[in-house]
Structures are given as structure tokens and as C-alpha cells.
Design a protein around this ligand. Structure first.
Ligand code: FBP
Length: 548
């Protein structure tokens, strides 16, 4: 494999870890826990894994010897920078438990466990992938582990390989499934522990104990670099409005973080749109107003950041999508038989009056995208909906109208962009390289401590790494009941942008100024070597959340 100079230099990077992980650890039990909501239902569904205490690892006073253990690892869902370092940390951790321990990777996600596709991860393989982006060491997939038949099939290969613990690296849905699996294996005395790790660039798997999901830091830095470059181009040519959609699924954390890093002229936050009950026309008017004001100052250029989940947060659209989700879950087979040219009319005829009228009013492309296949978790694939084009077009139409009315005097030409895949496999920033390695190593400590149904947790990450706190959080603690595929299911509560949170407030305090003035920031590319203030900064979101 040909390697770039950076790859070669980066391979030697030694991730920084919490001081407690530098030798043997002791697990210290904290307070017993409850789920964030719906306690009675969750407790009933997870009788063996509910209510366990939070764990913190401290330096052990005396050395303990552990038997060798075979461990399995799965990468689940979308790629996020740092996944390989979680596996490297896990590998080093299980070898520190006992040098004869072995690590097996299941190929292409949870499906690899069910289909018995695996590879042993040896030191040579691990060394090839240290500090690299991507999930290509073992691949990832979106198979949903939820049927007991899948759990039993998985158990066959776990038994065959004498695997006693399985680490599932994934987002909220995958960690929910990890917990269901932990409960099942415990209830059936299968002798397999299950540990989760918080992954997703979307940043929506976080709470009091899980400060951030890995990959968010690097992905936001990559997008902010490119947004900064576009802003410099835009401020040089002074002729385009750039509409930039950013990945992030439902939550607007990525858009908000990128706005804090780059100071765009407009950034829409879906959670605010929902809270203010804004219509699509309100959002369009908001953007057009900024364009018109800047045009009045002679500035016919600017940037607009759009979170990819926006459509779902416009209340009327949300109701429509919820009905579509339920309807398509129940009538998938019938819908698939309808000719493409007739699908729109078919849907219009099946929905309730209000939703039907809204659906009929949508541009053809968007209407079609709303009926495309759901992901295996039943979610609309928001990354397929071209909101950036929709908004650019609708703002153009509104401005043309305003021009006729004498309310707009400028020019309006647009460029559209979608940044998502560009950042998901970037070489992890120092923050993600360190955080991921520590998460993987912590997972090995949870295994050694005999825990199951826990998520690996590393906290206090805005401090220097030696002050980070490693531990484990019971997954049931993060759960509530939500409607999925038309049924109420126990799931980890998704963390959306909090409108009373410090990051959003910091944005609100500045956005009017950013709209009018051209106050762009150009963050430049991620730096891996150099002064700590350039290389080791966490996200602005995390700094603000922690009052720094
Ligand atoms: P995860 O939630 O699995 O981490 O995926 C994140 C994400 O990148 C979203 O931001 C995006 O909507 C989605 O994956 C795209 O899915 P796919 O990789 O299947 O195209």
C-alpha cells in the first residue's frame, strides 16, 4: 500500500490517555442509575441490565493478573474519524490484560456477526491502521441487530471463537441494540459481555456522562476548513451566495459548530425552526431578508449553512414525514409495486387531508426523496434530500418577487454544496485520535471488570488528556421510549441542539452581526504537528458547554 508522507509520520503518533489508564486500573462503582425517562417500561424490558452504577477507573493500588480473553469488535453505521484508534486502544488494552488475549473483528458491521464473517486482528494489522481515518480495517454496515434469531446466530460464532466480550462501536441506534444484545446474552447466561462505544460525526450521542461522540471534532474541522475556503473565495469574487448543506442527520450540532468556527452570514438551526413553529416560507423569508440587506450595502455574496435534517423539523413537514414513515412501514410491499410515475398520486390519495395537501405542494424531487427507502432503523435518509437546492431556488423566487416590488435591488447568483462524506473518513484530529484510543482502552477495562450493558466513557476532555476521566455508563441510563417503524421502542435519547445551551446562545449573540458584516473566519486545515493551541483544541461546542 502506498502511503502519503503524512500517513507515515502520523503512524508514529502516540495517543495521549487519561493518567489512570497508564497502568492497571480498579473499577470504582458510583451511584445507581435510572433511565432518563419511562423508567418503568425500560426497567421491565431490561431486568438484567437496568439501574447499574456508573463506573470510574482509578489507578490500581496493587497488580492483579487476569486470564487471557478473546474479544470481538464491530464497527456499526456511518464512518467517523478515529474508529481505527478505538480498535487500536482496545487491542492494546486486551493485550495489557493478558498478552495471550486475542481480538477478532467482524466484517462489514453487525452483519458480520450474524453471517460469521470475521478476521483476527493481529499486531501487524493494528499497526497499519493506527491514527488513520476510515473504517476500512474491518468495514462497517447498517444491519440492525434486533431479532433473537440474529443474536443466537451471533452467539454460535462467538462460542466457536471463544469470544467472551463484544465491543460495538456505533451511534445511538447501534448502542441501543448493543444494550438489547447485552440484556439477551445475560438473561440467557450466554457468557458474553457487550460494551458500546459512542461514535457518530453527528454529535447527537451525548449526555451528562458522554461528553461527545467521536468523529464530531474531526468532521467539523474538515467542514469548517472548506467552508472557510469557500468564504474566502466568496469574499474575493463577490458574486455568489453559497448554500452549504452539512451532514448531521436530525441534529444541527455540525452546522452550529461550523458556524461558531467560521462566522457565516446565515446558519439555520433546525431545532430553533421547530421551536418557533416556522414554515418553509418563514425560513426562506429569513434568508432572503439577509440577502436583501447585504445587497443594499452592495454585498451580493454570502454563505448559508443548512443542517441536513432541516426538512424534518419544519412542524408541518415533520407531521407529514411521521405519517409517511408509518404508512410506508405498513405498506412497503404495495408501494413498491406502484409505477414510479404514479407513486406521487398514490401517496397523495393515501395520506390524511392536511398532509396530503402539503405533500402535493412539494417540488417533484423533494416529494420523491421523502418516499425513498428508509434506513434499517426506519429513519428518512435525510442526506438524500437536496434542501440546499430547494432553499436556493425558493430564495431566488422570493427575491425575484421582491425585485418587482422594489424591495430588493441586488443580484442573486448561487452555488450549492453538500459536505458530509468529505469529512467522515478524515485522519482523526489529535483530539479524536486521543479520545478514540482512550475509549477503546477503557472498553478493555470494562471487559476486565466483568461489565456488560455499559458504554465506554471518557470525560473532562477539555482539560489536558492526563486529567481525563475514564469509566463506564450503563446504556439503560440513556434510554427512553420512542416511536420507531410505527411502534414504541426503547432507544437511547437523541441529543439535539439545546436552545438554552451555551453553544446556541453564543451563536445567537453574534448572528445578526455575522449576517450584516463580512466577518468570516478561515480555520484552515487540521494540524497534526505544532503548537498545542493549534493542534489540540476541542470543538467550540464542547468548550462552551463546559463553560470555557
Ligand atoms: P451514523 O449516525 O451511523 O454515525 O451516520 C452518520 C451519517 O453520516 C449522517 O450524518 C448521515 O445522514 C448518514 O450517516 C448517511 O448515511 P450513509 O452512510 O448510509 O450514506
Amino acid at each position: 500500500m502506498t502511503k502519503s508522507a503524512l500517513q507515515i509520520a502520523r503512524a508514529a503518533y502516540q495517543p495521549k490517555v487519561p493518567a489512570a489508564l497508564k497502568g492497571q486500573v480498579t473499577a470504582v462503582d458510583g451511584a445507581y442509575t435510572q433511565s432518563v425517562a419511562d423508567q418503568d417500561e425500560i426497567k421491565k424490558l431490561f431486568p438484567n441490565t437496568y439501574g447499574m452504577p456508573i463506573i470510574t477507573f482509578e489507578k490500581a493500588k496493587e497488580a492483579v493478573s487476569y486470564p487471557a480473553i478473546n474479544v470481538g469488535v464491530i464497527l456499526s453505521g456511518g464512518q467517523a474519524p478515529g474508529g481505527h484508534n478505538v480498535i487500536a486502544g482496545l487491542f492494546d488494552g486486551v493485550k495489557a490484560i493478558n498478552k495471550d488475549s486475542r481480538l477478532f473483528g467482524f466484517i462489514l458491521g453487525p452483519g458480520g456477526l450474524v453471517d460469521h464473517k470475521y478476521m483476527e486482528l493481529t499486531a501487524d494489522i493494528i499497526d497499519e491502521y493506527r491514527n488513520t481515518g476510515g473504517f476500512d480495517m474491518i468495514g462497517s454496515g447498517r444491519t440492525k441487530l434486533e431479532e433473537t434469531a440474529q443474536f443466537d446466530k451471533g452467539l454460535e460464532i462467538l462460542k466457536q471463537l471463544e469470544i467472551k466480550a463484544l465491543v460495538i462501536i456505533g451511534g445511538d441506534d447501534s448502542n441501543t441494540n448493543a444494550c438489547v444484545l447485552a440484556e439477551y446474552y445475560k438473561a440467557n447466561n450466554a457468557g458474553v459481555q457487550v460494551i458500546g462505544c459512542p461514535k457518530t460525526i453527528d454529535g447527537d450521542l451525548k449526555n451528562e456522562q458522554i461528553e461527545t461522540s467521536f468523529g464530531f471534532d474531526t468532521a467539523c474541522k474538515v467542514y469548517s476548513e472548506v467552508i472557510g475556503n469557500i468564504q474566502r473565495d466568496c469574499n474575493s469574487a463577490r458574486k455568489y451566495w453559497h448554500f452549504i448543506k452539512l451532514m448531521g442527520r436530525s441534529a444541527s450540532h455540525i452546522a452550529l459548530e461550523c458556524a461558531l468556527q467560521t462566522h457565516p452570514n446565515v446558519c439555520i438551526i433546525s431545532e430553533e425552526v421547530e421551536a418557533k413553529n416556522l414554515s418553509l416560507d418563514d425560513v426562506v423569508t429569513q434568508i432572503a431578508t439577509v440577502v436583501a440587506q447585504r445587497a443594499a450595502d452592495g454585498n451580493n455574496f454570502g454563505t448559508v449553512l443548512i443542517p441536513e435534517g432541516l426538512i424534518e423539523f419544519i412542524p408541518a413537514m415533520k407531521k407529514l414525514i411521521a405519517e409517511l414513515n408509518d404508512f410506508l412501514a405498513k405498506n412497503e410491499a404495495e408501494f413498491k409495486l406502484i409505477k414510479r410515475s404514479e407513486q406521487r398520486n398514490y401517496i397523495v390519495s393515501k395520506l390524511t387531508k392536511e398532509n396530503s395537501a402539503l405533500y402535493a405542494s412539494l417540488p417533484e424531487g423533494v416529494a420523491r426523496q421523502l418516499t425513498l427507502d428508509r434506513d434499517p432503523h426506519g429513519n428518512v435518509q435525510v442526506s438524500l434530500i437536496e434542501t440546499e437546492k430547494l432553499l436556493a431556488e425558493m430564495v431566488g423566487t422570493k427575491l425575484a418577487q421582491w425585485k418587482k416590488e422594489g424591495k430588493f435591488v441586488g443580484k442573486f447568483a448561487t452555488q450549492v454544496h453538500f459536505f458530509g462524506y468529505e469529512g467522515r473518513c478524515a485522519a482523526p484530529s489529535n483530539y479524536d485520535a486521543d479520545y478514540c484510543y482512550s475509549l477503546g482502552y477503557t472498553a478493555s477495562c470494562l471487559i476486565a471488570a466483568g461489565k456488560t450493558g455499559y458504554m465506554s466513557s471518557v470525560r473532562n476532555t477539555t482539560a489536558s488528556a492526563d486529567k481525563w476521566i475514564a469509566g463506564g455508563i450503563p446504556v439503560t441510563m440513556m434510554m427512553n421510549m420512542e416511536r420507531r417503524h410505527g411502534e414504541m421502542k426503547p432507544v437511547i435519547q437523541k441529543a439535539l441542539v439545546k436552545l438554552d445551551g451555551a453553544p446556541f446562545k453564543a451563536f445567537v449573540a453574534k448572528r445578526d452581526e455575522w449576517a450584516k458584516k463580512t466577518d468570516y473566519v478561515y480555520p484552515g486545515p487540521i494540524q497534526y504537528f505544532g503548537p498545542t493551541e493549534v493542534c489540540d483544541q476541542p470543538t467550540k461546542t464542547l468548550l462552551l458547554e463546559q463553560g470555557k
